[in-house]
Design a protein around this ligand. Structure first.
Ligand code: DGJ
Length: 744
């Protein structure tokens, strides 16, 4: 898949449908040529010839200029832009050298092509099952002036229109150097008609899409909260202005990183696009000692020339196939019920046992005990860091055994990165918190953050959890993270290295997650940050699902899920039905069915009718879970453009589909058809809502007939199943008869 043309010095990374091409120019710069649908023939001379400057430099007091060679530092498309040289569009890297200089000019040094893939050390990354799945090109660049090497990694997967990239800086200068900025990916591209689709949010409105026209003022999509990514999310789309869900060029970029990140996006004076993806360089200053390396996180790039739906499907596929913990990625997830909304901190052994029995009765398969089971945690003001069971409140071993005897699973909530000032841990070790002792720290939700930049604290924390999880066989963990980082100061690193705290904190968090998931590989992990503030590919390496939002009202939930679905597989989005006073239980269930499904309510407060609905839908959801967990996702109507949010999931073999339609504002009767996508045109599909059978072709060209009055918040679920033609005739006859009887 990856070829190097020695004569033309061209790297061609191509699989059956995607090509990424660049070359080494005469001055040894890496020049980007092409990224897009598979390209079979190209001429680099033609692709490069728009610059009309002669390139000159000063050597030993004399101007050196190759009269025959035309090259512009200012306008060429680079794979790795220099710093403080002729390219002013944003440096790939800024490195402070021993003499204080920040000039770097990385040029080709060597390269190798390897089967399989290499990954950044200590960071989450895409995985491969075997070496035939991917090939990796490693191009080593060397700074023109110093012994600093930069390895650029490009992994191409055989069956995906995607590249995974990262960079590794190696210091051989003989003394320390300091990284002030280091990108994972640079993409320079001709043409200017691009829009950016990013997402942002806050608690309760966890994700919302935003479209921004990309112009000549640089756009920064970034976050600096240090691990709770509501404000902006590290996944973006760049699309041609007229591209839509099914048409046009769209590229997705997503960092495999949960800490501070940044995308720099903008056009240059020649209307060419530059995209840089990196760890946010704000308050970032990282020492790399002589002989040491620094790895930037991976960044995924996905390409489609068939619109957003195709990019979304590719993202979902590569995340499921190559990132999520594989023991859970395609597995049916148990329907769970969480104690938080029904009980908050007010529970005991008997209450939880009753919850287990009530839940079982409804066809729920797992009970999760949320916050409040440890130390003196009677409210959210105390005890984080005191990870020992409060046996006066609950006998956890008894409860878990009880659940297992009832054939139910049992899960537990934890929040390992945090410390309450009112805790035994803080009283003993106040310097375990991130805070400068001379500057009073900010409390958020009454808590501080543990200094996980320090390995000892990571290990101590891990040991506390082992004492519990070694004793009690939990099936699931909800790993929460309820405040963002402030007071970025470690009491252990030393004054020279305080610029490393953010990143080292992230490395420590990953280490803790890594140790935990390796020791307890059968525990299904769901991460969370005050609701859905944890959505990123870094977390997905460890946790198969992430809590979507504390907001469970379908009117807002649908918007949050719609925005999250663009980038992340539906199976990763924790979606629960709560007792919150909004719409009907059926509407809430149908909305949550398009995520990892569960409940946050007290079953003993449900009406008989609600209980019956829950039982019926639980069966339906279990029967069709694989359509959502493993299928292809299509947007049918965007709530940003219409009064509906409509989407569907289709199994890979196209034999089953689930269709969702949500109505925001009531509408009178209108001629209204919902056209479906992704079905087999010639197959017959039985529609469980109307009980009739039509061909896929009909559903895709004419659609489902929704020409009746629609009410506010009306939620519809259609199940389509391929059937043989005989069933078609019988079913249609029955449906006809039923309709006639209704009319009579
Ligand atoms: C925030 C989460 O989003 C909630 O679901 C719950 O787990 C609380 N934290 C517990 O403190």
């Amino acid at each position: 898949m990856i070829k190097f043309d020695e004569k033309r010095r061209v790297f061609n990374l191509s699989n059956d449908s995607f090509s990424y091409i660049f070359h080494i120019n005469k001055l040894n710069y890496l020049i980007h040529l092409y990224a897009g649908a598979k390209l079979n023939d190209f001429g680099i001379e033609r692709m490069n010839e728009r610059y009309i400057e002669r390139y000159a430099y000063l050597e030993n007091g004399k101007e050196v200029c190759d009269e025959s060679y035309y090259f512009s530092e200012q306008g060429s498309l680079f794979e790795c832009a220099s710093n403080l040289k002729g390219d002013k569009r944003g440096a790939f890297a800024i490195i402070r050298h021993k003499d204080g200089s920040r000039i770097t000019n990385f040029k080709y040094f060597s390269h190798k092509i390897i089967k399989g893939k290499e990954s950044p050390v200590g960071l989450p990354h895409f995985r491969i099952k075997n070496n035939s799945e991917a090939e990796t090109l490693v191009v080593t660049l060397k700074d023109e002036f110093d012994e600093i090497y930069l390895d650029l990694f490009y992994t191409l997967f055989s069956s995906k229109d995607a590249l995974v990239r990262f960079s590794r800086l190696r210091n051989k200068t003989g003394s320390s150097i300091f990284i002030e900025k280091l990108s994972s990916l640079q993409l320079d591209r001709v043409n200017s008609n691009y829009d950016l689709v990013s997402s942002h949010g806050q608690w309760g409105d966890d994700r919302e899409l935003e479209v921004t026209q990309i112009g000549h003022s640089k756009i920064c999509v970034n976050d600096n909260h240090g691990g709770r990514g509501f404000r902006q999310n590290p996944s973006i789309l760049i699309k041609e202005r007229d591209a839509n869900y099914d048409y046009g060029e769209v590229m997705a970029f997503s960092l495999v990183y949960s800490g501070n990140f940044k995308f720099e996006i903008g056009l240059d004076e020649y209307d060419q696009l530059r995209v840089l993806a990196l760890i946010n360089d704000e308050s970032f200053d990282y020492e790399v000692k002589n002989g040491e390396n620094f790895d930037a996180p991976e960044c995924l790039m996905v390409y489609s020339n068939k619109g957003i739906n195709r990019v979304t499907q590719q993202m979902h596929d590569i995340i499921r196939d190559n990132l999520l913990p594989q023991q859970f990625a395609f597995k049916e997830r148990p329907i769970l019920i969480n104690s938080w909304e029904p009980f908050m901190f007010d529970f005991d052994t008997e209450k939880i046992k009753k919850l287990i029995l009530d839940a079982k009765e409804l066809g729920i398969e797992e009970v999760v005990l949320d916050d409040g089971w440890f130390g003196d945690r009677k409210d959210d003001k105390r005890a984080l860091g005191d990870w020992f069971i409060n046996s006066n409140k609950i006998n956890l071993k008894e409860v878990v055994d009880f659940a297992h005897n009832q054939n139910m699973k049992f899960g537990l909530w934890i929040e390992p990165e945090m410390i309450s000032p009112d805790s035994e841990l803080f009283r003993k070790k106040p310097n375990f918190a991130l805070a400068n002792p001379n500057k009073k720290p900010t409390l958020l939700r009454h808590q501080l953050v543990l200094d996980l930049a320090n390995d000892k604290i990571v290990e101590d924390t891990f040991k506390q959890f082992c004492e519990i999880f070694d004793q009690i066989p939990f099936d699931y963990v909800k790993w929460d993270f309820n405040r963002y980082l402030t007071d970025i100061y470690s009491n252990f690193l030393g004054s020279e290295k305080e610029g490393e705290v953010f990143h080292r904190f992230m490395l420590g968090s990953y280490k803790l997650l890594d140790m935990f998931t390796k020791r307890y590989p059968n525990i299904l992990l769901e991460t969370c940050a005050s609701g859905g503030g944890r959505f990123d590919l870094g977390m997905m390496y460890y946790s198969s699902q992430i809590w979507g939002s504390d907001e469970t009202n379908p009117l807002s939930r649908v918007m949050i899920q719609f925005a999250t679905n663009v980038f992340y597989p539906l199976s990763t989005i924790g979606a629960h039905v709560s007792a919150a006073n909004s719409l009907t239980i059926q509407d809430k269930i149908i909305t949550s069915a398009f995520g990892t499904f569960g409940y946050e309510l007290n079953p003993s407060k449900l009406t008989k009718d609600e209980k019956e609905k829950i039982k019926t839908f639980n069966k339906l959801i279990k029967e069709h879970h694989h359509v959502v967990t493993c299928g292809d996702y299509y947007v049918l109507n965007s709530p940003y453009l219409t009064n509906y949010a409509s989407w569907m999931c289709v199994t890979k073999d196209k034999k089953e589909a689930l269709v969702f339609n949500f109505v925001f504002k009531r509408e009178q009767t209108k001629g209204r058809f919902l056209k479906l996508k992704g079905l087999k045109p010639d197959a017959n599909y039985f529609n469980s809502l109307t009980n009739d059978v039509y061909k896929g072709d009909f559903y895709m060209k004419v659609g489902l007939n929704l020409s009746a009055p629609l009410t506010d918040g009306m939620t519809m679920l259609f199940v389509l199943k391929e059937v043989n033609p005989l069933v078609k005739t019988i079913a249609n006859k029955k449906a006809e008869q039923a309709k006639r009887e209704k009319l009579l």
